[in-house]
Every structure is written in C-alpha cells, then in structure tokens.
Design a protein around this ligand. Structure first.
Ligand SMILES: [Zn+2]
Length: 454
C-alpha cells in the first residue's frame, strides 16, 4: 500500500519525550509514528534532516474579529496568521461587534469557517441574555463562556445573577473564562487620564496587579457553591499567581499566560507606547519572574497569545486613545521556542503547554499529540536563525512590539488535517483545510461528580 505522505528523519515529540523518527500520514490522520524502515511507502516523502516534528500549536485565546471589525482582522486573515505561526487550532473570543452571545450569532460565525479558515476554529460565547441559552449554546458546540467584568459593552451582572449563571454553566462542564479586572476599571481609567498623571502612569494605575488578583479571588468565592470550571485568562502578575497557588487545589481553576507578559515589562511600554498597550498591562520584572516560575513549576499549564489585532492608526496614536491588544499568532512560536533553545524552559515543559494541555482544556481528544489515529496537525521546526519581521505578517496587524526579534528557530512545514499548508517560506492555501470544531459537552441536570481538570 502506498500512503499519502511520510515526514522522515526528524526528532519527533512523543509522550516519552523526543525520539528519532518520523510520521506517516494518510488522508486527514496520522497513520503511524516510528522510524523509517517501519513506516509505509508514501507518494510524498519529506526528509526534515534532523528538525523537530511537533503537534501543531493550539491557541485557546484568539480574537479573529471579522463582522463590523473586518478592518482589524477577519477569520480568513487571522487563520492565515495562525498557519504562518504554526498554530493549527484557534478558539475565537466573543467580544465581537455584534456581540457573540446567542445561538443565532454562533451560526453566523460558523459560516465564516467552512471553506475559508486556514486552520481549525472553535468559538466561545459571552454570557447570554437569558439563563436558558446557556444550555443551547453549550449544545451548539461552544468551548466556554467569557466574562469581561470591566468592559462597558458587557455590563457587570449583579453577583446573585452571576451565581445563577455559574450554577448553570457548571452543569455543562464548560469553563467560565475570566478577564480579571475591576468592574469599574474603564471609568477609573477615564478619570485618571483627566488627572495630571502622565498617560502611561494613569493607565497602569487604573489596572493595578492587586485588582487583577482580587477580581480573580472574587470570582472564585462567588463560584464556591456552583463549582463551575473557572479559567483565568492572561495572568500578568505575581499577585495573581499567588491566588492560583492558594486556590488551585481547592477549586477547579486553570489559567493561561501570554508571551508578551513573559518577554516584556512596563519598561517596554514606556518605550513602545501604544504598540505595547494591552490589558492587563505589562508589569514589572518581579511579575515577569513569577510568571516564568509558575510556568516552569507547571502551575500555569497553558500558553495562549490573546492575539488582539488593531489597525495602525489605533496603535500609533496618543497613548490614552490607543487600543489595547497585541497581535501574537506569528510571534508565539519564535518567542517560546527561542526561550527553550536558550534553556529558559525545557522543551518537555514547554511543548505540552502549547499542544496537549490546551487540547485537554478544550476536551479535544484527537489533536494536540502525535498519535496514530489523531488528526494530522503537524509542524516541523528547525534550529535556524530568523528575524521577526512584522511587515511580513499574514495578520492585518503588521506591527508588533517584537518586530526585529532574533529567533533561534524557523518554522519549516505546517500540516493541517493532513494537508501540507506551509512549505518552507510558502503558504499553500489552495484548499482551506481548517475545520469547524465543536465541544462535546455532556449536560447533567443532576451532576454527581464535579468535573475535574488535570
Ligand atoms: Zn483577549
């Protein structure tokens, strides 16, 4: 039998670490992992000459925008950016215009994926208008609910009301994803901008680390009875890692960190101004050290980009008017793997945080690991130097605080559902092979066991 493809002569990442060998792909799936003589004959054989063969990265925090924010990004450009960055699955955030908080809007978003997305896409929802819609959205295949306590667009629900939502969400086993900040942070920010503080100082003062930590704590306490799965998005401060430490054994609590908090600090914000503006803000070197520590000690198990593209004029303007958010899909891989090559974190510690752990978080069983039978989402990475050039990004946001960063690695190949979509410098998009992903939730009206995360 001749199969479609073999990728041979690499270092393949398995559950037991790296092994010399390759991978056989037939159709959309991995047929076999092993050394070449044991792999079947293929119509296409790619010799990767000692490069790393890894599962495609899975990013659980991405803003693909589209709809009324097409100028910032679309599903098409955002997933192309993902592909260019070795990210083969993304989950899209719901703070869209119009807001993604109903089954009707979910259907509209799903229609953007099939035949258009370059990588696999799943969706989250905001808290819907009514409690009843929690179940319909869960059955519709969303991967979780996102709450922004500070955004004026999505008013903070009263605590009792929020607890009702939490109780209902708990029955779906989906996570409630928290943007930890004060409910009045936006008002406070506006007030501080009109004080005599410099704009950056005002911004930092409006979103201090203790408020981030306290907001997470408040959610944990509100959730004590319901025991919904909680996930803290973009942890940025030492104080928040302390809350993680205190509660992660008692609570079903997971978290993620973004590369910009690991690589940049307030100093960079002063230098790069609006370009490095994000929420939560960049913090101090003490915070940065605590985040690396939490990552290395596996207290934070997921790395996500919070890819948040904005237009040029929204980033390069007066600081107080600049939009918050950094485009991260095309810098995640060079940043994190350069850190691994430099010994900042082990490969064995890093890779699961970009692949297997996010797959587990999403409940996606057939991606995130290179195993026979799984979908063939595969990347090939060589230890060859490159430089991050933001002007060459596939994202509509062709600017980044990491422009000019010297990467120790080069992404050679990307395969999405078995299709070869990146070959050296070329992106092959004839077949847009990304799939629409849906969660597989089991809704239990009478829940016997609380869902445990790893
Ligand atoms: Zn975000």
């Amino acid at each position: 039998m001749t199969i479609d493809l073999t990728i041979v002569n690499g270092k393949i990442f398995t559950s037991e670490g790296f092994k010399e060998g390759g991978i056989a792909i037939e159709g959309e799936s991995i047929l076999k992992v092993g050394k070449e003589p044991s792999l079947p004959k293929a119509s296409l054989r790619i010799n990767v000459k000692g490069a790393l063969i890894l599962p495609g990265l899975i990013d659980i925090h991405v803003h693909l925008r589209d709809f009324d924010q097409k100028q910032k990004e679309t599903v098409e450009t955002g997933t192309k950016a993902a592909l260019a960055g070795g990210v083969t699955t993304v989950v899209d955030m719901p703070n869209n215009k119009p807001a993604m908080n109903s089954l009707k809007q979910l259907k509209k978003k799903e229609a953007l994926v099939v035949g258009k997305a370059a990588v696999n896409v799943g969706f989250y929802s905001l808290l819907p208008e009514t409690l009843e819609e929690i179940f319909s959205l869960a059955r519709g295949g969303i991967f979780g609910f996102k709450i922004y306590p500070s955004a004026t667009l999505y008013p903070h629900k009263k605590d009792e009301q929020l607890q009702q939502y939490m109780a209902k969400i708990a029955l779906t086993s989906l996570p409630l994803i928290i943007h930890a900040d004060a409910a009045n942070a936006a008002e406070k920010e506006a007030e501080l901008y009109s004080s005599n503080l410099p704009a950056i100082a005002a911004f930092l003062k409006a979103h201090p680390p203790q408020v981030e930590a306290q907001a997470l704590k408040d959610f944990i306490i509100l959730n004590e009875e319901s025991k919904a799965r909680l996930h803290c998005a973009h942890i940025s401060s030492k104080k928040t890692t302390d809350v993680l430490e205190e509660y992660s054994k008692k609570t079903n609590l997971s978290s993620e960190v973004c590369p910009h908090y690991l690589f940049l600090t307030e100093k960079e914000l002063q230098k790069q101004q609006g370009l490095a503006k994000c929420l939560p803000p960049l913090r101090t070197t003490t915070d940065q050290k605590a985040l690396w520590q939490a990552l290395i000690e596996n207290k934070i198990k997921i790395i996500a980009t919070d890819h948040a593209p904005h237009r040029y004029k929204e980033k390069f303007c007066e600081f107080e008017h600049a939009a918050s958010g950094i485009a991260g899909l095309e810098t995640l891989l060079p940043l994190m793997f350069t850190a691994a090559f430099k010994g900042k974190i082990s490969f064995e510690g890093l890779i699961p945080k970009l692949t297997k752990n996010p797959a587990q978080f999403l409940g996606v069983a057939d991606r995130g690991e290179l195993l026979a039978g799984n979908f063939a989402d595969v990347i090939v990475l060589a230890k060859e130097k490159t430089i991050i050039r933001a002007e060459e990004f596939q994202s509509k946001a062709k600017w980044s605080p990491f422009d000019g960063f010297h990467s120790a690695v080069t992404l050679k190949h990307v395969f999405v559902n078995g299709a070869h979509v990146k070959d050296e410098g070329h992106i092959i998009l004839k077949a847009r092979t990304g799939k629409l992903l849906k969660s597989k939730v089991k809704i239990s009206e009478e829940r016997v066991h609380p869902t445990e995360e790893d």
